[in-house]
Design a protein around this ligand. Structure first.
Ligand code: 5AD
Length: 365
């Protein structure tokens, strides 16, 4: 029996097992891992793909992450915040299409005006999307960064119930190498704990292919997700953006691209194998690397997709990385295009449901 097969037959994997799986580099081993992850996904979560309409409602940001295209020091970015009515209209459009949930994502701001604005938007979306099919309106996931426990409580009370905050890397040295000193990894961990205490379903994730990252780092990321007992995971490949300090890694990135993509897929599979019934997103960054990247993510065990529903007029101003797909496509086009892609791999889309992870539902029992 091959090493990979014997690992895949175990009930619980240790760090060395995870390192071995993530380091798989021959097609037979990779396919074995993929098939195992896909089976676990079908057994524990079912075949449905859950949609979250992604609304990138503002690119103002007080952070200066070295990898991110909308970092505060990038003066070339045209900064925007969508009017409340436009955000609510996008969410209503999602609800009318049967997308049971939306993600409100933005650059990071912690000032009172912003939090007031966001709490109002959440309440407005909730009241304007209630229907017979969805008596509690669409599910709202937030992705607006590090906030105080009081702010998290306020946003939760306003009606949001899931929150994504990536740890980017669980290795403190690697985290420090891609963030300015003022941005502290421990703060992020504290935020994740505070989100859980507030009552949110909590999601986190990392980027794969950060320069200097090893397979052991990624294995530790998986163990971090497990130990934090998260409900959702959103990960993707790191992609260079020219207007960032990390643009010095262009050559590295071009050289390592294929491996970064494959590792990103293996991370999805290994998270599915180790964590079981969590929700795992197949993120847009995968499609930025390969046209069929998001379908591949689903084939490796992901069960969530975030269709682009940001109004087209601001989409080009929300470029975290280069090569972001669907910049000009009308939201209706994105909808039919994605639908075809999902059906092409034999999966179906769940409609009019929030699509909470089985793990989160189990926690509530
Ligand atoms: N490449 C890939 N992902 C990125 N993100 C930000 N910049 C990049 C990049 N250059 C991801 C981060 C962040 C999420 C919103 O987007 O992981 O948490």
């Amino acid at each position: 029996m091959s090493t990979i097969t014997s690992i895949l037959l175990k009930d619980a994997l240790d760090r060395d097992d995870i390192i071995t799986l993530l380091g798989a580099d021959n097609p037979t081993d990779i396919e074995l891992i993929r098939l195992t992850a896909e089976k676990i996904m079908r057994d524990k979560c079912g075949p449905d793909v859950f949609y979250r309409g992604l609304i990138e409602f503002s690119n103002h940001c007080i952070c200066d992450c070295y990898y991110c295209g909308i970092r505060k020091s990038n003066a070339a970015v045209n900064r925007y915040i969508l009017p409340k009515d436009d955000i609510a209209a996008s969410a209503k459009w999602c609800a009318d299409q049967g997308y049971g949930s939306v993600v409100l994502q933005s650059g990071e701001r912690r000032d009172e005006a912003f939090i007031d604005f966001l709490a109002d938007v959440i309440a407005e979306i909730k009241s304007s999307t209630t229907s017979e099919k969805m008596p509690d309106g669409v599910g709202i996931t937030l992705s607006v960064g590090e906030q105080s426990p009081e702010t998290y409580k306020r946003l939760y009370d306003a009606g949001a119930h899931r929150y994504l905050l990536r740890i980017e890397s669980s290795n403190p040295h690697l985290f420090a190498s891609i963030h300015p000193p003022a941005q502290d990894q421990q703060t992020r961990i504290d935020c994740l704990k505070s989100l859980r205490d507030t009552g949110f379903q909590v999601g986190t994730g990392v980027m794969t292919g950060i320069p200097g990252q090893t397979v052991a780092d990624l294995a530790d990321d998986v163990l971090f997700f497990r130990d934090m007992d998260v409900d959702m995971i959103g990960m993707g490949p790191y992609i260079v953006h020219k207007a960032t300090p990390m643009n010095i890694y262009y050559d590295y990135y071009n050289y390592a691209k294929d491996e970064i993509f494959q590792t990103a897929l293996l991370m999805i599979a290994v998270c599915r194998i180790v964590l079981g019934d969590v929700n795992i997103a197949s993120t847009t960054a995968l499609q930025a690397m390969r046209d069929n990247g998001r379908e591949e993510g689903l084939r490796y065990g992901a069960n969530v997709i975030m269709p682009q529903t940001t109004p087209v007029n601001v989409r080009r101003d929300y470029l975290l990385y280069e090569g972001k797909p669907c910049l000009d496509e009308d939201v209706r086009h994105c909808r039919t295009c994605l639908e075809k892609r999902i059906h092409s791999i034999g999966r179906k889309i769940a409609v009019d449901v929030w699509g909470d992870s089985k793990r989160a539902l189990r926690r509530q029992c």
